[in-house]
Design a protein around this ligand. Sequence first.
Ligand code: PNS
Length: 186
Amino acid sequence: MKRIKAIYPGSFDPPTNGHLDLIARGSKIFDELVVALLRNPEKDPLFSLADRRKMLEAMTADFDNVSVDTFDGLTVDYALRVEARVILRGIRAISDYEYELQMALMNRKLQPGLETVFMMPAEKYSYLSSRLVREVAQLGGSINCLVPEIVGQKLREKIDVAHKFGASPAPSEAEAKTKKQKRRPK
Ligand code: PNS
């Protein structure tokens, strides 16, 4: 029987319990699952790529068939490079569907041999997103039960630093670099 390798691509800024729930489900139905973290310098992430990778690796350490990797360029090209046949994506609510369908069909157009598989996280995570976690944490709300312990810890560290310096949370490596460049005299 053919072994099925899947990739689970995303920004994971930060990874949440919803992501972890999907990874757990994916690891049960695929022989191998690669959590593929997009290296996207155009986005302005809260966490550096290295931090996000560390958090994902810690969160998935107990799954034997799950690994973490980073990629840039097209997701379909990355999938081919690592010989995956499936792109796994999560759908929380109908509102996700339109964008996900568009992306899945574009990926199919680009690479007809790849299949996108949608899975639903547990209902209790259906309202959860990285964007809301960032916002709630930055504004002092509790993010307990929304993110794994390692992520909560990293978020608290960022926010403590921000409070200490009376500014927005400590910049990620990419942010800090851009800010430095902007300050450079002409
Ligand atoms: O976690 P996100 O931000 O919803 O993930 C989106 C992601 C990374 C899956 C998507 O932006 C993506 O695949 N980017 C890589 C570039 C690409 O392949 N673009 C065409 C998608 S149809």
